[in-house]
Write a protein that binds this ligand. Structure first.
Ligand SMILES: NC(=O)c1ccc[n+]([C@@H]2O[C@H](COP(=O)([O-])OP(=O)(O)OC[C@H]3O[C@@H](n4cnc5c(N)ncnc54)[C@H](O)[C@@H]3O)[C@@H](O)[C@H]2O)c1
Ligand SMILES: Nc1nc(=O)c(N)c(NC[C@H](O)[C@H](O)[C@H](O)COP(=O)(O)O)[nH]1
Length: 224
């Protein structure tokens, strides 16, 4: 399995505003790149915080890229994965439509009612007691044939994935804006590291729109 984390941050490292409302950080060139990255993935992964804040669809937007996937014998869109401990994904969320297969990763603590409702619209993966056990959940996804995973946030999930040693590559588009706010989500939130900070190796730098795309490899990524 290979896990790429992709995100867009403001020049001051924020993912969105303190109201957790989406900010258009990427320009057209970066959104096109994200679309190609989705098209090259078996699944696009987000945390439920991102579903609740942005209601993303997580599909491939370019017709030609979808056609190329079909010609390669793949579904037009990659699978979608929501990491959602207690089943808070709204039943009318865009990720639960029929454009692609969706996996919702839950814990034992998810109420039966939510579980039954979500089971009508998604494949359920249960791993962990209070928070999703990401190592077990990702192993279950790999068993379903999902090898190339792209994670699109948010900051809580991204921190946990680094903490679990699951990230192989990080792409960050740093855009030409300042969002500010001590409570605004950043690339990696969670509790934060105080030792054993994950080490990154710079793989590429590219100027895109009026920002910069940084591609890092994780020194001890858990890729198999
Ligand atoms: N700029 C970007 O590229 C970008 C991308 C995605 C999201 N965002 C922004 O990020 C914000 C949402 O991020 P967030 O950090 O609030 O939510 P998130 O998407 O990271 O989801 C976190 C939630 O996932 C669940 N979860 C279950 N198991 C978990 C585990 N092991 N580790 C971590 N979470 C687990 C918990 O309910 C947790 O609250 C929104 O404001 C959104 O607009 C920005
Ligand atoms: N790459 C990127 N640049 C941004 O400037 C920004 N604000 C996001 N935010 C991520 C977020 O979750 C978006 O909502 C999904 O990228 C939308 O995906 P859809 O178009 O609905 O498929 N992502």
């Amino acid at each position: 399995m290979h896990v790429v984390v992709n995100a867009a941050t403001s020049a001051d490292g924020k993912l969105s505003s303190r109201r957790r409302e989406q900010v258009a950080i990427s320009g057209e060139a970066d959104f096109d790149r994200v679309d190609r990255l989705r098209a090259d993935s078996d699944a696009v992964v987000v945390g439920v915080g991102t579903v609740l804040a942005d209601d993303p669809h997580l599909t491939v937007k370019d017709d030609t890229l979808r056609e190329q996937r079909r010609e390669a014998g793949e579904p037009a869109n990659p699978a979608r994965v929501v990491v959602d401990s207690t089943g808070r994904t709204p039943l009318d969320a865009a990720v639960l439509d029929d454009a692609a297969t969706t996996y919702v990763c839950l814990t034992e603590s998810a109420p039966v009612e939510q579980r039954l409702d979500l089971a009508d619209r998604a494949e359920l993966v249960t791993a962990g007691d209070e928070r999703v056990d990401l190592l077990r959940a990702f192993a279950a996804l790999q068993n379903q044939g999902l090898e190339q995973l792209m994670v699109e946030g948010g900051g809580e999930l991204i921190f946990s994935l680094f903490d679990a040693g699951l990230v192989d590559e990080l792409s960050v588009f740093v855009g030409p804006t300042i969002i500010g706010g001590r409570d605004a989500p950043t690339l990696a939130d969670g509790d934060g590291f105080v030792a054993d900070f994950p080490e990154l190796e710079l793989a590429d730098i590219e100027r895109l729109d009026d920002g910069v795309l940084l591609t890092w490899r994780v020194a001890d990524g858990a890729g198999t």
